[in-house]
Design a protein around this ligand. Sequence first.
Ligand code: SF4
Ligand code: SF4
Length: 396
Amino acid sequence: MAGYLPLRKIILLIVIIVIVIGLSILSGRIWGGKSEQSQRPGELIIEKGMTVGRFGQANALSNKVLKEIFDLKTKADLEKPLSEYGTVDQVTSMVKKRLALAAEHESKNWIKIPAKFLLWFVFLSMVFILAKKRRVTSGARKGLLFAAVLIFGVIMGSDPSPMGTVKDAIHLYGTAHAVFPPRMIALTVFLAIVFFANKYICAWGCQAGTLQDLIFRINQTDGQKAVMGRQIKIPFVVTNSIRFIFFCVFTFVAFSLGTDIVEPVDPFKIYNPAHLGLTGGIFIGALLLASLFTYRPWCHLFCPFGLVGWLVEKISLVKISVNYETCIACQRCAAACPSTVMGAILKRHKKTIPDCFACYTCREVCPTGSIQFSTRKRTLPPPGHFDKKKKDGGQP
Ligand code: SF4
Ligand code: SF4
């Protein structure tokens, strides 16, 4: 029977992907089929001596739009010279900013967004309570991750997302020097969750993160052994350097060329397949395949929120810590952790602690219950703790 395990896992993976894509197409249609991505205004035609009305005609802007942008009171105001509103550069900048904000507003589904935040609140609170009761076991984790994929991805779609708040905020500011207030509120809420409880939103609420996590767990037995191939923990210095460089390149390109380099390969678009191009499809396919063998590749290598959230994680109130008084130094937690973070928390031999996704695997495998997810401060292991315990019979 064990020989059939990889085949069963492959079938399960295919079924999940088919369910995600199939139901996402359906739910996208129910929500109205919007791309949920605003179109940035292109180059404007503007000449010295132009009137407001002439400017509107040259750029195909309706009188209603002109009224909002230039605060027109009567029709006669269409004859006002543009120079009344500033220099050519100032008018261009003002119009682009207003058009970009209007496009942002237009692209959003204002019923879905508050509903999704409410669901996040309920779901994350439920996971938090389950975790407190130590009910997040291997099987329950997969069920919760699948539920998160279905609720926050398939049903509620690709937008909003933690990543989108950072990525789109940078891109909007880079292209139109505009700040979209609802997005800043969303970003503040996401970062407040990180501040409160580590990467909880990434762990249990992000639609792309939970899908990658689920696929990684599908390729594992309940004892965290890989079923197909090997699962690799890429050193954090490598993943974080790539993520940092990617963030800088993304920001530079957004400000200098006005291009969003994430857009064509955005993994959140798996929940909006009608707007997923060939490049995106190939990239997401490769990403999901990679998720079988390494933990959350998008989060660790590319995600802008992953990077920003990792910085805020440093001051999280509730986080994973070890009680060295009961720890027997068996290091099962570090071995079971899907990334290198538990090794760094446990031994504290490195100053930099990688991203912790509050998945509770370490807590689940600890034979002495020495791992907590609480406000307790992380302490250093007593000197010689691991050497002594090794001699006493702890596993290296
Ligand atoms: S780091 Fe991962 S889980 Fe967090 S926002 Fe990015 S994609 Fe989602
Ligand atoms: S196993 Fe523990 S340390 Fe590792 S990511 Fe999960 S909660 Fe964090």
